[in-house]
Design a protein around this ligand. Structure first.
Ligand SMILES: Nc1nc2c(c(=O)[nH]1)N[C@H]1C(S)=C(S)[C@@H](COP(=O)(O)OP(=O)(O)OC[C@H]3O[C@@H](n4cnc5c(=O)[nH]c(N)nc54)[C@H](O)[C@@H]3O)O[C@H]1N2
Ligand SMILES: Nc1nc2c(c(=O)[nH]1)N[C@H]1C(S)=C(S)[C@@H](COP(=O)(O)OP(=O)(O)OC[C@H]3O[C@@H](n4cnc5c(=O)[nH]c(N)nc54)[C@H](O)[C@@H]3O)O[C@H]1N2
Ligand code: SF4
Ligand SMILES: [Mo]
Length: 689
């Protein structure tokens, strides 16, 4: 039988956004591989990408709408789309009649699918404002705020600019696992003489590939950066021309730096003074030098200020606006180039919304499920799409209880996730191989068209189709209720969204985009014009805006949390190379790589607790407990234990049960609310017989 090849894009929330070639035989996906024409990946994809055929046809995938008799009971019944949509549509109508508004309707969505068309889920709800919207980001908001306060906007160089660097400091990121394609540029830079430094509390796969590894106490990165800044100042590494022309607040920063004590910083960060000195001098001496601020470090109580302090190193040494210099973090600048819908999306969705629309919403910060219980009017209907909050947000028990309390919870997903178990309705979503869409990468700015390669499996539908069908069902009962375009062709909507990009790129047709892809042309090296959209028009060491958000105007982090006596181990959850957040672990081939929920501990901890590799332990704290198998490793300090993200234990218990709700210092500047802290959780463990 003839094989047909289709162009797809991986729609996972992953910076690589790999373009894929999908082979289809007899209407079935038989192979997925990387597209060698993808200028960023050059055809290299990860284990998750290769596992798509297994994921598409997984026996775990749910292909029909389901209704659960009692939430959490597992007592599911297959129902027709007609019944599901009718009952949900009627709930919308009853809510609007009972409350004279739709505030009791709440939407919680995130980036389970990065497709532009997929973003229309939000458009459906936006068309019916006012509703209650969960806003912000569980991921990036403290860091983007830190960057925004200093520079005025969060921009980054293109990934290839690392080839021009002579020193690359990877600070709080594990790219060898989370963005492996970038390692290619890093290795190339090393061949050209660059040194690679990794700063991480864990000796990660990335750290193992570095020239210099700095082991740091979690959450203290800002202090290390302040110590380095003091040394740069004392050792005359400052770029006075840049500082005097283009920065604001150096006098105050300088005064502050003179007061700090390097020995104290060494004690607080766990980094020996000589190492801090060596690192600062290496950074001061090497031009151009770049810092890649990963997402791990900004999910700490002072994550925003820590990012600001690290940024300041680039400003002090004049590494801003230079090829091979700057700070690489994250950029949503690309979405400015897309159509209206993509532009309205998270994490800055709220900030960029027109005032009248914005003000009509009731907003709840992402992850704050407890707050959903105490609202007037109360939440009557919660729609969860592209999210798994029970597994991924903090305090999973509270999330579960909130879901239980809400009269109607709808989850649209492909699998019966830990969150779906607390839903009343499960709506089956087609995989991205089953409908057309497009993805813009927030790392390399590539735009890839995703073709429909096969028909939707079972009765599954894309989120866009689901919203259209729901709008139809609502309109059948009350014609004027929503103006969501029920007759619109998904293709047409997609093309509308892509039009500005096609124009900018002078790409004549969607078909051309499908074959060759595109890349949004942003400046390869940001800030070359030294024009910073901050209140002072300069790079701000001293930010009054930070003060408005209750922080020190200088990049000074707050005190580090003390370890509670009864929970002596800090629990860090790291992303696994073969899974993505809570996804993929259910596939047999992936489980072959990571078989069960593992807790990695130091040999000293093993000895102290009389544990051996493979033993079963209960990991617990004041919030709950989870069963795990021990793996012993020297790659982490004795007071840290490490788990892989998203893999539940044999009882379905998830690791985030042990994480209390805890906010980062920043997040609201860009996204409307503070971010979430994930590296400040403490536990104890005990052997299970
Ligand atoms: N302990 C700890 N917790 C963390 C973090 C951490 O570092 N430590 N990191 C945080 C970060 S960075 C993030 S981004 C969040 C991620 O949190 P989430 O985004 O909630 O996590 P995912 O597991 O990726 O869930 C996405 C869901 O979308 C579904 N999905 C896939 N495609 C589609 C589609 O087309 N339509 C619909 N409707 N659904 C689809 C998937 O099956 C999956 O269930 O987790 C946060 N949680
Ligand atoms: N394979 C795979 N790839 C992924 C994902 C996945 O789940 N699996 N998830 C995607 C998503 S949603 C995201 S947000 C990105 C995240 O990708 P990265 O930017 O790499 O961020 P994380 O993996 O969250 O954390 C990276 C490192 O930060 C370290 N870290 C934690 N706290 C601190 C600290 O206080 N200081 C310092 N210096 N380091 C610290 C951790 O030990 C970890 O090694 O990856 C994306 N890519
Ligand atoms: S998960 Fe990331 S690296 Fe893997 S195929 Fe998808 S986009 Fe590429
Ligand atoms: Mo994330």
């Amino acid at each position: 039988m003839k094989k047909l090849t289709y162009h797809n894009v991986c729609t996972r929330d992953c910076p690589a956004s790999c373009r894929l070639l999908t082979e289809v035989q007899g209407g079935r996906v038989v192979d997925v591989k990387g597209d060698p024409l993808d200028t960023f990946t050059r055809g290299y994809i990860c284990a998750k990408g290769y596992s798509y055929p297994e994921r598409i046809y997984s026996p775990d995938r749910i292909l029909y709408p389901l209704k659960q008799r009692k939430k959490g009971s597992g007592n599911w019944e297959r129902i027709s789309w007609e019944q599901a949509l009718d009952e949900i549509a009627n709930k919308f109508i009853t809510i609007s009649e009972g409350y004279s508004n739709l505030l009791p309707v709440c939407l919680d969505r995130y980036l389970g699918n990065l497709g532009i068309l997929n973003l229309n889920v939000a458009a459906f709800f936006l068309s019916m404002a006012p509703i209650t919207l969960m806003v912000g980001s569980p991921c990036v908001s403290a860091g983007t705020d830190g960057m925004t306060l200093n520079y005025g906007f969060c921009k980054k160089p293109v990934p290839e600019d690392m080839l021009n660097s002579k020193l690359i400091i990877i600070w709080g990121g594990n790219s060898a696992w989370t963005l492996p394609q970038q390692m290619h540029y890093i290795y190339e830079a090393r061949k050209n003489g660059a040194k690679i430094v990794v700063i991480d509390p864990i000796l990660t796969a990335t750290a193992a590939r570095s020239d210099i590894y700095v082991n740091i106490r979690p959450g203290t990165d800002g202090l290390l950066a302040l110590g380095m800044a003091k040394i740069l100042m004392e050792e005359n590494f400052l770029d006075h021309e840049f500082m005097s022309g283009y920065t604001h607040g150096w006098d105050k920063y300088k005064d502050y730096l003179t007061t700090i004590d390097l020995e104290q910083i060494s004690t607080q960060t766990n980094v020996p003074s000589a190492e801090i000195h060596k690192l600062a001098c290496l950074y001061g001496n090497t031009k151009p030098a770049t810092i890649w601020i990963g997402l791990g470090l900004q999910r700490s109580p002072s994550g925003g200020q820590n990012v600001r302090a690290i940024d300041s190193l680039a400003a002090l040494t004049g590494n801003i606006g230079k090829q091979g210099g700057n700070v690489h973090h994250i950029s949503y600048e690309v979405f400015m180039n897309a159509g209206e819908l993509a532009r309205l999306q998270l994490p800055w969705g709220l900030a960029s919304m027109p005032e009248d629309l914005k003000n009509s919403f009731r907003t709840i910060a992402t992850g704050r499920f407890a707050e959903l219980n105490n609202l007037t009017p109360p939440i009557e209907l919660l729609w969860i799409a592209g999210r798994n909050p029970v597994a991924q947000d903090q305090d999973s028990d509270t999330v579960k209880n909130t879901l239980k309390n809400i009269p109607m919870v709808v989850v649209a997903d492909q699998f019966l996730t830990s969150s779906a178990q607390y839903a009343d309705y499960f709506l089956p979503v087609s995989s991205s191989f089953e409908h057309e869409d497009a993805v813009i990468s927030y790392w390399h700015y590539g735009v890839g068209l995703n073709e429909k390669a096969i028909e939707p499996l079972g009765e599954s539908k894309s989120d866009f189709e689901i919203m259209k069908c729901l709008a139809k069902a609502i309109k059948k009962i009350q014609p004027g209720f929503t103006d969501f375009p029920i007759e619109s062709d998904p293709r047409q909507c997609l093309h509308q969204e892509l039009e500005p990009i096609l124009k900018q790129q002078e790409i004549s047709s969607i078909d051309k985009l499908r074959r060759q892809g595109a890349r949004i042309q942003l400046s390869a090296v940001p800030w070359q014009d030294y024009s910073f959209p901050t209140p002072s028009g300069k790079y701000e060491f001293y930010s009054l805006k930070a003060m408005e958000h209750g922080l020190e105007p200088l990049p000074i982090p707050a005190q580090v949390t003390a370890k509670p006596a009864s929970y002596p181990f800090r629990l860090m959850v790291v992303r696994n190379y073969a899974t993505l957040n809570s996804q993929f672990y259910n596939l047999p081939n992936i489980r072959g790589l990571e078989s069960n929920s593992t807790l990695i501990i130091h040999p000293e901890t093993a000895a102290q607790k009389s544990l051996e590799h493979g033993d079963k332990v209960k990991v617990y704290n004041q919030l709950g407990e989870i069963e795990m198998h021990i793996s012993v490793s020297l790659c982490l300090p004795h007071n840290i234990v490490v788990a892989y993200m998203g893999i539940p234990d044999n009882h379905g218990e998830v690791i985030n049960t042990l994480f209390g709700l805890s906010e980062t210092d920043l997040g609201e500047v860009v996204s409307g609310c503070k971010g979430l802290t994930f590296n400040d959780c403490f536990v104890n463990l005990v052997r299970m017989e």
